[in-house]
Design a protein around this ligand. Sequence first.
Ligand code: NAD
Ligand code: TYD
Length: 335
Amino acid sequence: MRILLTGGCGFIGSAFVRMALSRGHEVTNLDKLTYAGNPANVADVADLPGYRFVHADIADPQAVAGALEGVDVVVNMAAESHVDRSILDPAAFPMTDVVGTAVLLDQARRAGVARFVQVSTDEVYGSIPEGAFRETDPLEPSSPYSASKAGGDLQALAWHRTYGMDVVVTRGSNTYGPRQYPEKLIPLFVTNALDSEPLPVYGDGQQIRDWINVDDHCAGVFAALEHGVAGEVYNVGGGNERTNLEITERILTLTGRDATLIRHVSDRPGHDRRYALATDKLRRLGWAPQVAFPDGLAGTVAWFQANRDWWEPIKSGAYRAYYDAQYGGREVPGS
Ligand code: NAD
Ligand code: TYD
């Protein structure tokens, strides 16, 4: 397939680029290169004949139309992707995650692509105290990020219903692995721990996420792309529920640090307590996660240990200003 992938300079996108090329597909990577987009993430494949880069915004119809020439399928991973940033400054989120998705959908429809995969998140369902979300559950997003992603899902499904376009939506759970921008829980805590800096745990740290390895997530998107039914939604979950404190303790052990680095800070507003996904629908397409969490996390920590030259430059400059705005003055006294 000739795939137009958006957001391929980000965390999951760059893993998807590698997987697609290794499976013999051609990839055009359209990326705006926001703070989260890093050309170094695809430097190892940039010169391969099956790879092409287009520096553009998914909300720019002309640029998108040009990039779509000769393309068979679209996989939309481009997004503003961090909940905390969406709380600090929500403006960019609907622009990319809703409007950008609608522009991309419409250009893809005009270009007559065979399939459009909208890569979404379990966060569109909101929080679930017990059991697991199914694809038919209502959308009750809590944050500006997840509300914007829900808007993108609805745009995609509307293009299927209205225009008969071949659209599939995937909803992935919390993803971890190499090259994740050090603002999300795992890469932030790993890099802070390696520098013996405090680990800011929100609230009581008993919130639960269902963690999936980045390659398992990408394989799930591929399964939906290759075998999914048009107009359907597929959950992509790791079946691997952990509290944030358990993640924190594992990272401390893997980095050889101790609990004195833990700082409880004030909770995130609107913080979802628990995510969990039923994944039998995607499993019926032949997919199943392959990476055991202890192995995957150990491999991720080892990658960050070995690649300081990747994350040290990121954690300076504008990142410091973000970090101070996000975490300054939040420490709970006595923690
Ligand atoms: P990321 O923040 O690491 O990367 C996002 C990429 O999109 C960057 O390369 C950025 O430059 C690009 N981008 C942003 N706005 C753009 C625009 N307007 N036009 C073109 N490119 C733009 O994100 P990620 O963690 O790799 O997530 C990828 C996708 O997977 C997102 O759609 C996200 O919602 C979804 N997802 C992520 C997770 C997770 O845990 N990280 C879980 C489920 C779903
Ligand atoms: P995050 O990686 O931001 O993903 P999401 O909010 O999309 O699930 O956060 C994962 C969990 O970790 C979430 O419950 C919030 C918590 N968290 C902290 O406790 N401290 C932090 O510094 C961060 C970034 C997250």
